[in-house]
Design a protein around this ligand. Structure first.
Ligand SMILES: *[C@@H]1O[C@H](CO)[C@@H](O)[C@H](O)[C@H]1NC(C)=O
Ligand SMILES: *[C@@H]1O[C@H](CO)[C@@H](O)[C@H](O)[C@H]1NC(C)=O
Ligand SMILES: *[C@@H]1O[C@H](CO)[C@@H](O)[C@H](O)[C@H]1NC(C)=O
Ligand SMILES: *[C@@H]1O[C@H](CO)[C@@H](O)[C@H](O)[C@H]1NC(C)=O
Ligand SMILES: *[C@@H]1O[C@H](CO)[C@@H](O)[C@H](O)[C@H]1NC(C)=O
Ligand SMILES: *[C@@H]1O[C@H](CO)[C@@H](O)[C@H](O)[C@H]1NC(C)=O
Ligand SMILES: *[C@@H]1O[C@H](CO)[C@@H](O)[C@H](O)[C@H]1NC(C)=O
Ligand SMILES: *[C@@H]1O[C@H](CO)[C@@H](O)[C@H](O)[C@H]1NC(C)=O
Ligand SMILES: *[C@@H]1O[C@H](CO)[C@@H](O)[C@H](O)[C@H]1NC(C)=O
Ligand SMILES: *[C@@H]1O[C@H](CO)[C@@H](O)[C@H](O)[C@H]1NC(C)=O
Ligand SMILES: *[C@@H]1O[C@H](CO)[C@@H](O)[C@H](O)[C@H]1NC(C)=O
Ligand SMILES: *[C@@H]1O[C@H](CO)[C@@H](O)[C@H](O)[C@H]1NC(C)=O
Length: 773
């Protein structure tokens, strides 16, 4: 093994010029695996809660683990909180707290959501802190309901081999029941700022160890081949999660052909206890059609936020299972009817042996409860018939990753990348931190999450460049102050009368080839709270962001908000009973934002900038008539179809929203960063009559394959001896390889053409025996 070159490619710390060692790579890998294991423990905790598995939930705590559940009378006080210690006592408390709303009794519901993780690992890697939003939606099947929402500020410890919860600290923000809705917890119905375990400075710290880092004395480094396997595993996990979350976005908009293209040719959809599709596109189409026809018509809501996705990969990294929670928020405005659909899922996916692209084999849903919005979930809902105990789809075991199987070979002849996967988790942390600071309107803090040349959209107005201006625009709007970084809210005792919760969930994160930059899309789900029960309803939108690594910290480069896709008048009347807004009202809103609220602070790019073309049409403050729910706002896509590579009419990429056209000098590539790939790389290969191999490599529009290496190989098992020919892709995206006649006497189907990627595009693959891809 050529150790040096392998290490360089595997994980060179992108922020130093030195070279990693097996020790520093092992350390970095362990840190990243730890962060993912901690997230899985907390997500597993929620998955068990949905089926009342109190003993297993309690077993996720360390021996001296503490559960501390804050009081609605005084959320911050430890002494008023309920405190229980040790797994046995915790199990008992969980059971008692649930009562009959345990998810076990027929018709009961015990949905625990925890998401938007912000995990900070200690320097020595043996403890961690994690902030999550939390929400419980409970019902006993006999009419009683309970709603709780707040923040977890938890602690974790690695004892023996596994990560465990050492402190589960719940801070309530709101509480109530279904019929009345929820209102603020806290003294006088007002909400305090929940203390943060991180700062804007620590939120984006790189997870990678410096190249000169050494391992603790009692631990041995992984071998380079073990590192190669484990890093591949992390890279594959990222791809699988992106695909599952993307499926959700396509379903939201009922883009049926695009959903079907995510499946294998014999893929299926199963709804436990209700129906299972025949294999293949027609069967999938028949199940999807039950949700309604293709595309959303005005007044139709088909929102399916996905929470807490855990990915489990098979040891050969060729198949994967994804388990989590999906909540259908369904509405028909003309009928003034809405529905809740709570489902757990356990989907399976496979890696295409031809192209290496992941595809869905089976979407597998298990219903918890479906309920009409008007009556709610308290009486067991309309499905399932409430006489049977729900059967959970199998839970995952949280064992540490397996060792490299003896017969495992990498899929591509290029090394996997640790910086790309750490970029995934670092970006999720910063994304979560932003959501939290936005909830608390901590202008200075969220401004400091941005890069020095970062820019953020102030809704209804435009983008402001630099943390100073971002903070100022926010302060002028919310604080009536003209000093940047002025933050009255930093006083921890400050009580607020309402909280505009910004849940940033269901991330799709596309990392650049060097891992220094990413494109991030998250769903925005607002579940805010105020003093009056039932007066805050749920709203939805979408973020389109990019992040970069700057001085060893992940920072926001671009932040763009597309809001709102849909709104609720309030909790009581829900999303199906919104009065259409008159154009006069939206014009008034915009004038208010642009005039009074920011008091003349000009954005660097106005939403009316002509070179944004149609991108901001219909959004508040953008050109043209404002499109507000129940009208259907356009859903833009910053990336291509993850299986076919196709671009839709609503594609806006590569490059951030204002960078394309309006501000080319804000492009990542104009600032020393790589533009992340927007989708898969297609490789087409053809044998010519005179015995040459013509290869064409295709990315998306404006994505060039040139400069990347193409190799003709006998499949990867043959190792280096299987390399038959190679060449460099030219500016037209193609290259012709010369091969000896002897080499071509191999069975064509065993000859593969690999594209190794360049500074933008990912690797791609096809078989020479394949006629047309
Ligand atoms: C709650 O409101 C009452 C009456 O307005 C006031 O006297 C009291 O100080 C308030 N308590 C807190 C903690 O703000
Ligand atoms: C690693 O190098 C940095 C400077 O590049 C130095 O500050 C640090 O002490 C070194 N750490 C170790 C463990 O040698
Ligand atoms: C690790 O070993 C080195 C050299 O033997 C020693 O100087 C150091 O104190 C040891 N560190 C720990 C934490 O045991
Ligand atoms: C789907 O097709 C693949 C390839 O032909 C086959 O290996 C697999 O067993 C099939 N799966 C199912 C569930 O039918
Ligand atoms: C499947 O669910 C639908 C409601 O979504 C219901 O109308 C139908 O009866 C169910 N079918 C079976 C076989 O339970
Ligand atoms: C929505 O409700 C209206 C009025 O009840 C009905 O005519 C229409 O078919 C419904 N649309 C869908 C897509 O269910
Ligand atoms: C769907 O999941 C259930 C377990 O919840 C399992 O028994 C079933 O085989 C799965 N269906 C498919 C097609 O994988
Ligand atoms: C906010 O600032 C403006 C201008 O500085 C001032 O006129 C106004 O009185 C202030 N409002 C409040 C509520 O402090
Ligand atoms: C919610 O909106 C409806 C319709 O406008 C109104 O009748 C009701 O009072 C509102 N409820 C709350 C709690 O604000
Ligand atoms: C909207 O504004 C126009 C002109 O300012 C006015 O004529 C019209 O009556 C307004 N419509 C409503 C519904 O207020
Ligand atoms: C991809 O786009 C092309 C051109 O718009 C279209 O002909 C083709 O059907 C699409 N492929 C898939 C799988 O959607
Ligand atoms: C490919 O051709 C070269 C030159 O003729 C030969 O040395 C090599 O063994 C061939 N490799 C295979 C796998 O056929």
């Amino acid at each position: 093994m050529k150790l040096k070159s392998l290490l360089l490619l595997l994980g060179a710390c992108p922020w130093t010029s030195s070279e990693p060692t097996v020790a520093s790579l092992t350390l970095s890998l362990q840190r990243l695996e730890s962060v993912r294991e901690i997230k899985n423990v907390q997500k597993h905790f929620a998955q068990l809660a949905q089926y009342g598995r109190w003993a297993e939930m309690a077993s996720l705590f360390s021996d001296n683990g503490i559960l501390r559940w804050g009081s609605i009378n005084d959320p911050l006080s430890d002494s008023v909180a309920t405190t229980v210690t040790g797994p046995q006592a915790i199990e008992k408390w969980l059971r008692q707290d649930a009562g009959k709303m345990d998810g076990i009794q027929p018709g009961s519901l015990h949905v625990l959501i925890n998401d938007q993780p912000m995990i900070s690992l200690s320097d020595d890697g043996t403890t961690a802190k994690g902030r999550w939003f939390a929400m419980k939606l409970l019902g006993d099947g006999a009419g009683a309901t309970r709603i709780e929402g707040g923040i977890f500020e938890n602690q974790y410890i690695k004892e023996n081999k596994n990560w465990q919860i050492s402190l589960l600290r719940y801070y309530p923000i709101y509480h109530g029941n279904y019929q009345d809705g929820y209102k603020n917890a806290g003294p006088n119905n007002s909400v305090p700022i929940i203390p943060y375990h991180f700062t804007p400075e620590t939120a984006g710290l790189s997870l990678l160890a410096p190249d000169n880092a050494t391992l603790p004395n009692n631990s041995a480094p992984f071998s380079p081949s073990e590192l190669e396997y484990r890093i591949s595993r992390l890279n594959e996990e990222d791809e699988v999660r992106n695909l599952v979350h993307t499926m959700g976005y396509l379903v939201d908009r009922r883009l049926w052909p695009s959903v079907i293209s995510l499946f294998t040719p014999n893929g299926t959809i199963t709804v436990q206890g209700n129906h299972s599709s025949p294999p293949g596109p027609l069967g999938i189409q028949s199940v999807l059609s039950r949700m309604g026809p293709e595309n959303l018509s005005p007044g139709i809501l088909n929102e399916h936020p996905i929470f807490g996705t855990i990915i489990s990969l098979s040891p050969d990294l060729k198949s994967a299972t994804a388990r989590g929670l999906e909540i259908g928020l369904i509405g028909n405005h003309s009928a003034k009817a809405g529905q809740w659909q709570f489902c757990t899922f356990r989907h399976t996916l496979v890696k295409s042996p031809l192209t290496g692209t992941w595809k869905i084999q089976n979407l597998n849903y298990t219903r918890l409860i479906f309920a009409d919005y008007a009556t709610g979930w308290g009486n067991g809902g309309i499905f399932p018939p409430s006489n049977s105990t729900p059967t959970p789809p199998p839970f995952f075991s949280l064992s540490p990753p397996p060792l490299r199987p003896a017969n495992w070979t990498p899929f591509f002849p290029v090394n996997p990348s640790l910086p790309r996967s750490s970029a995934y988790d670092e970006s999720e942390s910063v994304s979560s931190a932003y959501g939290n600071y936005a909830d608390d309107i901590l202008c200075g803090s969220f401004a400091l999450l941005h890069a020095k040349k970062g820019f953020k959209l102030s809704p209804g107005i435009g983008w402001y460049l630099s943390p100073e201006k971002i903070s100022l625009a926010c302060s002028l709007r919310y604080y009536n102050s003209s000093s940047p970084f002025y933050d009255p809210t930093l006083t921890p005792t400050r009580l607020r009368s309402s909280v505009p919760l910004h849940w940033r969930i269901q991330p799709v994160i596309l990392a650049s080839q060097d891992g220094k930059s990413v494109t991030l899309r998250t769903k925005l789900l607002q579940t805010g709270s105020s003093r009056v029960a039932g007066s805050s309803g749920w709203n939805g939108g979408m973020y389109h962001d990019q992040l970069v690594l700057e001085e060893n910290r992940r920072k926001i480069w671009c932040l763009t908000i597309d809001e709102f896709y849909w709104t609720s008048k309030n909790w009581t009347s829900g999303w199906a009973a919104v009065e259409p807004m008159s154009q006069n009202d939206t014009v008034k809103n915009v004038v208010k934002r642009q005039g009074n609220e920011i008091r003349g602070l000009q954005p660097d790019v106005d939403l009316l900038h002509p070179k944004l073309f149609e991108r901001e049409e219909g959004f508040n403050g953008g050109p043209g008539k404002t499109v507000s729910w129940p009208a259907i706002q356009r859903m833009w896509w910053p990336y291509r179809h993850l299986v076919t590579g196709n671009v839709s009419e609503d594609y806006w990429g590569p490059g951030c929203v204002p960078c394309r056209g309006a501000k080319p000098d804000w492009l990542l590539t104009a600032n020393g960063y790589q533009e992340p790939p927007t989708g898969p790389t297609e490789v087409k290969a053809r044998l010519t009559e005179n015995g040459k191999v013509e290869v064409t490599v295709v990315g998306g529009p404006e994505e060039k394959a040139s400069g990347g290496i193409v190799q003709l190989r006998i499949d990867m098992e043959a190792g280096e001896a299987g390399l038959l020919s190679s060449g460099v892709v030219g500016s037209d995206g193609s290259v012709t390889l010369t091969v000896t006649p002897e080499n071509l006497s191999q069975p064509k189907s065993s000859l593969a053409v690999y594209y190794l990627g360049n500074n933008q595009l990912k690797p791609g693959r096809t078989n020479l025996g394949t006629k047309k891809v």
